[in-house]
Design a protein around this ligand. Structure first.
Ligand code: SF4
Ligand code: SF4
Length: 420
């Protein structure tokens, strides 16, 4: 039996919507297409009509429910705390139950459920990358050489890692005896596309003397399956991760990806008390490092002339949890970084998981709104704390003809740390 709530289980919350429209001003999708049916208020009204059997779960409903990044901005601003993102996710699960997964959804969740298949595909992609991809422009990612389903040829994608991050390291890396054991949840993008972020996380934790656990059997955080409406896959991944992270009972499970933090820390917790322990130990790496005094330790490092102007983009999945100060504090304390705040740092990048696959044109338009702020900041580097945002921001920068390179906060933080 499914552990997840049905749409009908949200009836009370749906009825708490007073149609004030406070969510409208914060919805990145509404800002582009101005349709009431895409804003949270409209979707909650559609969900209500569905429960009252006034409308069918038809093509129009499917199209409207797919127009959402699950960014959480509407919930963040809702005076009545209507859990709009959960209601939309529940509606998507009902759609999947009735109509099945889309072709893309089927392919995606098959790969998510089978980490070895994901690794095999990544290795094949790497082996044939000379044939599949071209480097455009230099240093800023790849474009597909040939048309392919679901990925636009003008989309910038990161290179696949020669060796996945988790295969480079043992499961347990001992630190100081008096320091806690922390686990690192890598997420799929760090493992296969941005292993340098994983190396930076590891370096930062080793600098602090932490004992580090990197369970090799961990799986995806489940957020892409939440987005696709595949409740069964979310449950399977939650169970895989519950088992992977229960063996050594680490004090904390760290994420360097804002979306993984929400998948592991919020959506898995919704599955019931047996997942409470897993979700409640999940912590964003920026928050953890600040708590452990890394800002002060960075500030005490030998000073050097700031060589790079760096700005920061707030991932929605951290901003809506009020995690905005910590990544900035780490950047500002890092030697060699001249920090500059940009206009619209808190504006959504437009990725939204499967949203950017189904609605790439809208996704690009949402992303394009970031370009003036990035350009005016005159930064050399745009830092963020989410590999998904990083991919989308580099795509936006390339489309806008800008020069900036996107980087993870931890890459800048770790480069001046000395470890054994
Ligand atoms: S802000 Fe909340 S209560 Fe107001 S319309 Fe949006 S969902 Fe409804
Ligand atoms: S989660 Fe984001 S994209 Fe979806 S309705 Fe709310 S504000 Fe709009």
């Amino acid at each position: 039996m499914s552990k997840q709530k049905k749409l009908a289980d949200y009836k009370e919350e749906i009825e708490q919507c007073v149609k004030c429209g406070a969510c409208q001003a914060h919805c990145p999708v509404f800002a582009e297409n101005k349709k009431e049916s895409v804003v949270a208020r409209g979707k909650v009204a559609l969900a209500h009509a569905l429960l009252e059997q006034e409308v069918e779960l038809d093509e129009r409903m499917i199209a409207d429910m797919s127009q959402c990044l699950l960014c959480g901005s509407c919930f963040d601003k809702c005076p009545n705390l209507v859990p709009t993102d959960e209601i939309i996710a529940a509606a998507r699960r009902e759609i999947t139950e009735k109509h099945g997964l889309t072709t893309f959804g089927k392919g995606l969740t098959t790969v998510l459920k089978h980490p070895r298949l994901m690794s095999a595909l990544a290795k094949s992609g790497k082996a044939f990358s000379w044939l599949l991809f071209k480097q455009v422009p230099e240093k800023s990612g790849l474009h597909l050489r040939f048309p392919a389903p679901f990925v636009s040829q003008d989309r910038t994608i990161p290179a696949i890692a020669a060796k996945p991050f988790r295969e480079r390291h043992p499961e347990f890396i001992p630190g100081d005896r008096d320091k806690p054991t922390v686990a690192f949840f890598t997420g799929c993008m760090v493992n296969h596309m941005y292993p340098q972020i994983g190396e930076a996380v590891l370096k930062s934790l080793r600098f602090l003397g932490m004992n580090v656990l990197i369970p090799h059997e961990q799986g995806c955080c489940g957020l892409p399956a939440v987005s696709a409406g595949d409740g069964a896959t979310v449950e399977e991944l939650a169970e895989r991760n519950r088992q992977a992270f229960s063996r050594r009972e680490p004090d904390v499970i760290l994420t360097a990806c804002a979306s993984c933090n929400v998948g592991m820390g919020k959506h898995f917790k919704e599955l019931g008390p047996e997942f409470e322990k897993l979700g409640s130990r999940v912590k964003d790496i920026n928050v953890f490092l600040v708590e452990q005094g890394l800002v002060e330790k960075l500030a005490a490092l030998p000073k050097k002339e700031p060589s790079e102007r760096v700005t920061y983009h707030d991932p929605c999945h951290l901003r809506t949890q009020k995690i905005t100060r910590e990544p900035r504090a780490l950047l500002q304390a890092s030697p060699g970084v001249r920090y500059i705040e940009m206009e619209g740092a808190d504006r959504c990048c437009g990725l939204g998981g499967t949203f950017s696959v189904y609605h790439y044109d809208t996704s690009k338009k949402i992303g394009a709104r970031k370009a003036p702020g990035i350009a005016e900041s005159k930064a050399d580097l745009v830092a963020s704390a989410c590999p998904g945002c990083m991919m989308q921001l580099q795509d936006t920068i390339n489309h806008a003809g800008l020069e900036q390179r996107v980087i993870h906060v931890l890459e800048l933080v770790a480069r001046d740390l000395e470890t054994d």
